[in-house]
Design a protein around this ligand. Structure first.
Ligand SMILES: [Zn+2]
Length: 162
């Protein structure tokens, strides 16, 4: 499988952890949208498109997000803790709707997406807030496709981010 196109849209608010969105085309004939580029504690990482996990209202069987306190359909109060291991990070609240199933493919995705992201940032003149203007001038000639290699993202696709 070949990643034939990556389109990146930078996030408007650069103070948030969400730095951008992207759309990836595979083999020129399959598109995955809503991939997110997130600034994590260990650098940038890529989050695959995800959806909120839902369960059903005991009264009317309407679908509700696990954090919902009242049913969206009938308004009945819902039990507070509806999953056994609802962690503080909220990772069980979301599930990826499309994702690589091995680490080789995951790193190919991450590399292609982060390269496109850095290229887009350079194109619009947006630079990392940690580096000074002088540093950016110095780094520019050697930075083609290599910036993200200096800070290998360590988080995986698995964590769901809203
Ligand atoms: Zn209901």
């Amino acid at each position: 499988m070949e990643i034939t196109e990556v389109k990146v849209r930078l996030a408007d608010d650069n103070t948030e952890r969400l730095r951008g969105f992207c759309t990836v085309t595979l083999d020129r004939e399959f598109v995955v949208r809503d991939i997110k580029i997130i600034e994590g504690a260990n650098g940038l990482f890529v989050a695959m498109p995800s959806r909120k996990v839902t369960d059903h209202c005991p009264k009317c069987h309407g679908k509700n997000h696990l954090r919902a306190r009242y049913c969206n359909d009938c308004g009945a109060p819902l039990p507070g803790q509806r999953t056994p291991d609802l962690s503080e990070t909220g990772s069980k609240l979301h599930v990826d709707v499309a994702h690589p199933i091995n680490s080789e493919c995951r790193s190919r995705f991450q590399k292609a997406i982060l390269e496109a992201f850095e290229a887009e940032r350079r194109r619009v003149g947006q630079v990392g807030e940690a580096s000074s203007p002088q540093e950016n001038v110095r780094r520019a000639p050697e930075s083609e496709g290599s910036i993200q290699e200096e800070h290998p993202p360590q988080k995986s696709f698995g964590e769901g981010i809203v």
